[in-house]
Design a protein around this ligand. Sequence first.
Ligand SMILES: Cc1ncc(COP(=O)(O)O)c(C=O)c1O
Length: 350
Amino acid sequence: MRIVDLRSDTVTNPTPKMREAMGEAVVGDDGFGEDPTVQRLEEVAAAMLGKEAGLFLPSGTMANLVAVLVHTRPGDAVVCDENAHLYKLTLGGTSTFAGVTFLPQRTDDLGRLDPAGVESALNLGPHFLSSTLVVVENTNNLAGGTILTPEETKQVAGVAKKYGTPVHLDGARIFNSAVAQDIDVKELTRDCDTVMFCLSKGLCCPLGSVLAGPRDFVEKARKARKMLGGGMRQVGVIAACGIIALEEGNGMITGLAEDHKKARRLAEGLVRIMGHDAVDIDTVQTNIVCFDFSMGGRDCKEFVQALAERGVRTIHLYGSRGRMVTHHDVSDGDIDYALEVIESVVAEAV
Ligand SMILES: Cc1ncc(COP(=O)(O)O)c(C=O)c1O
């Protein structure tokens, strides 16, 4: 059976060049700071993001948690989008391990925080929570891969600055955002104190994220990573893939534009098949397509299941909402095939 896997961009496989680089990587014990390939990846990534230093971590979840551990103390509150990954999608890990609570903010349909709302969460009297960190997510996963512009980031960061509160950017897919806006990624990271991005999503690496920021922050983050058991050893074999993703003529990054075109094609097909209520086309700005399905007594979970039985893998998020993500390992032909399957499943539902 033909399989088209649209569950996430994390399903991408390392490219042949990455596999070659893995074989050739010079490695050492990174626990002793002796892996030259890891060091190179950290330097390359930090320079691209316009930050002093970088730290390689096994996952985006751990990188965000480490950022929270360094920026906050137990009992503090984190101000973020009510659908932020580190709030909604870490199974309670951020509060369990960092001891923080949240002041979640409602965003608009495009996942953008309201600077006035952020200000009121920071401007609390002495009997309220201490909000000591603001988190922005770019692209915004649950809003449908929507982008934040440099100006929008600056507005939120400006409010945080007024209250002396640091801003952490959850930039799991920050390069998707930069490519969609045709700008240097530094324009999106400039106003944020710290940033993390994932190598393991659209950039095809098998695992890994980089957390970047001021040098003293990164040194503290290194200790927090160790505390969480995230220290790694001869991990240059993996970091080598990251260097390919970032450096290879900017190849993996500029290639994200193709993923965005595929998402658009998919979204337009969904609208044609399921109608305008199924997809808010304005939110399809990068490689994520969130959709709503509820037809003929069939709910979204059943729809996702029916598609999977015919080889088209998508995910159910909650209620009537599901998600499809385009990536390096699906072709235009795969998208067309997925749309044919979707059309047949919808025809049976109505
Ligand atoms: C916005 C965002 N942040 C963080 C993460 C976590 O990354 P990881 O899966 O590498 O832990 C994800 C994963 O999907 C994400 O979408």
